[in-house]
Every structure is written in C-alpha cells, then in structure tokens.
Design a protein around this ligand. Structure first.
Ligand SMILES: [Zn+2]
Length: 124
C-alpha cells in the first residue's frame, strides 16, 4: 500500500464516521472527528473532541454504533501500522478489498470462512 493509498483510505474512514455521527448531530464538524482521532489527545480541544464524540456515539442505534466502533478501530490500527494486515493469516489485505471495505479485519477468504463458522449474517 502506498502512502497515497493509505491516506485515501484514512480519509474514507473519517468521512464515514462523520456521516454516522451526523445522524445524531447534523452540524458536527469534520475537524472535531479529526481531532478526536489523533494518536494522543493532549490539548484541551482534542480532549473535548473525544468527549463530544463519545456522547454522540452513546446516542447512535446499535448498528451505527457497531460500525462507528469498527471505523475508529481501523483508524487506530492505521496509527499502529497494523492496518491492512489480515488478523487471521497475517497477510496484506489487497487494496481493492480495503477500498470497498476499509474497516475490514480480514482478507476475503478468511472473512468468508469466519462467516460460515459463525452462522451469522455477513456484516462485512
Ligand atoms: Zn487472511
């Protein structure tokens, strides 16, 4: 994955998060989301952004909250440099798949295996 591709996916994740949060607070600024997603919220603006998003997340319905959580988790993994690595086989997830589902944790074969074993409806 190139730096450019990575940045493209990061932007996609942030955009989706903003969209979800806006179902609760329509005037939410993207800057708030960007600040809350910083590696170590140190200054007051960043801390209050984190608090604000937590308050909003608590008002989301289960489905949106679950997705928001997956998106935040993906942004966290991106900072830790384990973004785009399948959690089961440890191989790089193809960029095409990440572009379709940027918050996915697994490569396509592992994901379908898990879904089969779970017997749950596909969520990714
Ligand atoms: Zn895999």
């Amino acid at each position: 994955m190139t730096t450019h591709e990575r940045e493209q996916l990061r932007q996609e994740l942030v955009d989706r998060l903003v969209q979800i949060y806006r179902t609760v607070r329509a005037d939410l600024s993207q800057v708030v989301v960007e600040e809350a997603m910083r590696p170590d919220p140190t200054d007051e603006a960043e801390e209050s952004a984190v608090d604000e998003l937590q308050a909003i997340a608590s008002q989301l319905d289960d489905r949106d909250r679950h997705l928001a959580h997956s998106l935040e988790d993906a942004l966290r993994r991106m900072r830790n440099d384990d973004f785009g690595i399948c959690i089961d086989c440890g191989r790089e997830i193809p960029f095409e798949r990440l572009r379709a589902v940027p918050w996915t944790l697994r490569c396509a074969p592992d994901q379908s295996r898990v879904e089969k074993n779970d017997g749950h409806r596909a969520t990714l």
